[in-house]
Design a protein around this ligand. Structure first.
Ligand code: GDP
Length: 296
């Protein structure tokens, strides 16, 4: 992913040899290459524009330290701004509330919500020693409820048994009561995802949010979605008070643009990355590592 950026930059950096400071003129070619590389990587246009403007502002007049070539200095600025746009500091999961801390999973069908719910339960049990309850409100797809139950069994988390005919709100309320009585510290709620954004789905998840008052509402998005991720992110962030993002399928051949766009559009940090299908394939997201990976 982004092989292009390093490759393209290495070409133009040579043209900066001999310059003592970066100027509007001498960085133009380099910025054009960065812009093209980002567009090819499926980063949304408004995000690219903003990024280029930031790099330009930081780079122009930048005194080149004697130990660096101007090309290296520019790459340094691009690197710093990549980290900033991907999210700056690493953002931790917030669990600071009266238990159970509710985590609501939102996103389109196929984004990886159910798998990520199971992975997150495992992560919380192993890394934070939490007692976790998994709950599915996806009443439209009994297979999805069953899938979550299987995942709960695999990771050794508790699973809330749904009764036939229960509505999502009823499941949520009953699960909350169950979690309180059984002293669960975290309750992860998987929700229904449709293939596209629709009002009924947004209404349903908003009602669940209002009822459960989750400390974390995580938007789960498939890195392979590219440009489409932007529209989805916008719709979910308009409808719900998101607190963070899980970016899935980073192990695929995604061009990675979603990582840059999603934080920019939602204003919320990417907290976890899905890096494999298997249950150990979830890790805390580090913006600086992602930026290094992008630059190569
Ligand atoms: P949901 O409809 O949002 O609940 O999506 P699922 O959790 O059912 O995931 C859809 C598909 O994506 C499944 O085949 C998962 O195994 C796969 N998947 C989810 N996360 C990842 C990931 O990080 N990497 C890979 N390679 N596959 C993933």
């Amino acid at each position: 992913m982004f092989d292009n950026l390093t490759h393209r930059l290495s070409g133009v950096i040579k043209t900066l040899r001999g310059e003592t400071r970066l100027s509007e003129n001498n960085i133009q070619d380099a910025l054009r290459e960065v812009r093209l590389a980002l567009l090819e990587a499926d980063v949304a246009l408004p995000v690219v524009k903003d990024f280029i403007a930031r790099v330009k502002e930081k780079a122009i007049g930048h005194e080149v330290m004697t130990s660096l070539t101007p090309g290296q200095a520019l790459v340094g600025v691009v690197h710093q701004e990549l980290i900033a746009i991907i999210g700056g500091e690493k953002a931790d999961l917030n669990l600071a509330t009266v238990p159970p801390a509710v985590i609501l999973m939102a996103g389109l069908q196929g984004a990886g919500k159910t798998t990520s719910s199971g992975k997150l339960a495992k992560w919380l049990m192993e890394n934070k020693k939490k007692k976790v309850l998994l709950v599915s409100c996806d009443i439209y797809r009994p297979a999805a409820i069953h899938q979550l139950e299987l995942l709960a069994n695999q990771v050794g988390a508790d699973f809330f048994p749904v009764e036939e005919g229960q509505k999502p709100g009823e499941i949520g309320a009953a699960a909350l009561d169950y979690a309180r009585r059984h002293h669960h510290e975290v309750m992860i709620v998987d929700t229904a995802g449709r293939l596209g954004i629709d009002e009924a789905m947004m209404q349903e998840i908003s009602e669940l949010e209002a009822l459960l008052r989750p400390i974390e509402t995580l938007f789960v998005v498939d890195a392979m979605q590219g440009q489409d991720a932007v529209n989805t992110a916008k719709a979910f962030s308009d409808a719900l008070p998101l607190t963070g993002v899980i970016l899935t399928k980073l192990d695929g051949d995604a061009r990675g643009g979603a990582a840059l766009s999603v934080k920019h559009i939602t204003g919320k940090p990417i907290k976890f990355a899905g890096i494999a299908e298997k249950l150990t394939g979830l890790e805390a997201f580090h913006p600086d590592r992602m930026a290094s990976r992008i630059l190569g």
